[in-house]
Design a protein around this ligand. Structure first.
Ligand code: FES
Length: 174
């Protein structure tokens, strides 16, 4: 079996292939691949013996699922009422600008960042709220603070990349 589908099969088996677990299965699969590729949806339908239209229908109904590739870091800017009133829009714009996202683009070409807006994240007391990768919550955000947080990630990634390439250089020279 293609290695790509091996993990997929494991996830389905861990839920005993139950159709009632379809959303949970899709969530885990998306964590694995960062999005839900079409061939993966087809595989799930075949493996669970349900119609591709059912799987596709669930995957497109919930906004948490993405059928297009997304970045390593998913930055969600809350645009619920409390956050909107406290300036989520300029924060969203500043974020997009700092990442060089063109109009209509949500993911950076290097596949590092995806910037999305979401409705109320349930932390209105902290408005405006931005969440990175589901667990890094930034409350009472300002344009400056969120741009700084993203720049920090960019520089961490660069350091990691430099470290990896110098290690590779070291091994190649050995
Ligand atoms: S409106 Fe943003 S957390 Fe509620």
């Amino acid at each position: 079996m293609d290695r790509k589908f091996e993990r997929l099969q494991e996830i389905i088996e861990s839920h005993e292939g139950r159709v009632s677990h379809l959303i949970a299965i899709l969530q885990e699969v998306q964590e694995e691949y960062r999005y839900l590729p079409e061939e993966v949806l087809t595989y799930i339908a075949t493996a669970m013996d349900i119609s591709p239209a059912t799987v596709y229908g669930v995957a497109t109904f919930y906004s948490q699922f993405s059928l297009v590739p997304r970045g390593k870091y998913i930055v969600r800017v809350c645009d619920g009422t409390a956050c909107h009133v406290r300036g989520s829009e300029p924060i969203h714009e500043a974020l997009r600008e700092s990442l060089g996202l063109a109009a209509g683009q949500t993911t950076t070409p290097d596949m590092q960042f995806t910037v999305e807006t979401v409705s109320c994240l349930g932390a209105c007391g902290l408005a405006p709220v931005v969440v990175i990768n589901g667990d890094e919550v930034h409350g009472q955000t300002t344009k400056e603070s969120i741009v700084k947080a993203v720049k920090k990630i960019v520089s961490q990634e660069q350091q990691e990349e430099n470290k990896n390439s110098s290690e590779m250089g070291c091994c190649q020279n050995a």
